[in-house]
Design a protein around this ligand. Structure first.
Ligand SMILES: [Fe+2]
Length: 303
């Protein structure tokens, strides 16, 4: 049974469907998103000289990119340790760590193809493809993952490409196609992630909530996974239609950015939609793909 409902929803909002719609406010929001997305094609990279001491210009460039498209891509000159990544994030207002099961005690996950059976059961810790998702779709309300930072320490020999899409673009396309898609995906019972049970013990209860919601801060929040297993969608024709339409958008929308992160490169984002292709590492003597990932319950400051 669902155990959690999302109470942290702002009403009314121009992003909601039904009732007295504020279409002018929606049009203005939509225009702002579309202008922001098109103003930076191709996506600008923020060059960071010292991630431990971001300059005003570097911080400004990260913020403006996150405002425009909900993510910023960066390159660092210096090596980044997990502690260094946390220190960089802190300068962007990211301090409240979400701590998924395989994160280190420092809150940072080392994403690599794992040798151990336990970790390899989690697809991120394998070399398999990851379908489209936002991070932390098992959480709702104040525990929602609002942002994440992914930093590449070493890329794979082949594969490991990420696709990235601002969820606001997906929302706009869906609403353009049919506002009923949005209405369906905003249903409180749209998407349930069943309880995580290991060795007969409940690690995490079942979580039910919407795909799209509007946070108390007025921002659109997206909770989505395209995976087929361990996911229960509300049985409803409108939800099925909306899911199909979203899958179609995620196949080849022109707003999607694709990139294979190289060593020293990374992304800071307000938990956007993303996927990952499968990858192959070198043999045991070579260096393997590894990324550091930190998830937060804060948005990037001032974005
Ligand atoms: Fe992810």
């Amino acid at each position: 049974m669902p155990q959690k409902m999302d109470a942290d929803i702002k009403t009314p909002s121009p992003l909601q469907i039904g009732g007295k719609r504020d279409l002018a406010a929606y049009e203005s929001w939509r225009e702002n998103v579309l202008v922001g997305a098109s103003s930076q094609i191709p996506v600008n990279w923020v060059e960071i000289s010292d991630h431990l001491n971001l300059t005003t210009d570097e911080r400004g460039a990260i913020r403006s990119s996150c405002s425009a498209r909900n993510f910023a891509l960066y390159r660092t000159r210096s090596d980044v340790t997990p502690a260094g990544l946390a220190a960089m994030a802190r300068q962007l207002g990211l301090v409240q760590f979400d701590r998924p099961p395989l994160a280190g005690t420092d809150g940072i996950s080392r994403i690599a193809a794992s040798e151990t059976d336990h970790e390899a059961n989690f697809i991120p810790f394998s070399n398999k493809a990851l379908t489209w998702h936002t991070d932390g779709y098992y959480a709702t309300g104040p525990e929602s993952v609002q942002s994440f930072v992914l930093h590449c320490v070493c890329r794979a020999t082949t594969g490991g490409e990420n696709a990235l899409l601002d969820p606001r673009i997906a929302y706009i396309r869906l609403r353009q196609d049919d506002p009923e898609h949005i209405e369906a995906l905003m249903r409180q019972d749209a998407l349930t992630i069943p309880a995580h049970i290991a060795n007969g013990r409940e690690i995490r209860p079942a979580v039910t909530g919407p795909v799209f919601s509007v946070r108390a801060n007025g921002h659109l929040h997206t909770r989505y996974t395209a995976r087929k297993r361990h996911v229960v969608w509300a049985e409803d024709r409108l939800i099925d239609r909306a899911r199909d339409a979203l899958a179609e958008i995620l196949r080849d929308d022109p707003g999607i950015t694709r990139h294979v992160f190289a060593a020293g490169e990374g992304i800071i984002c307000n938990n956007i939609l993303h996927d990952r292709t499968a990858f192959e590492d070198q043999d045991a003597s070579g260096s393997n793909r590894i990324l550091y990932r930190a998830r937060f319950r804060d948005r990037v400051l001032d974005t």
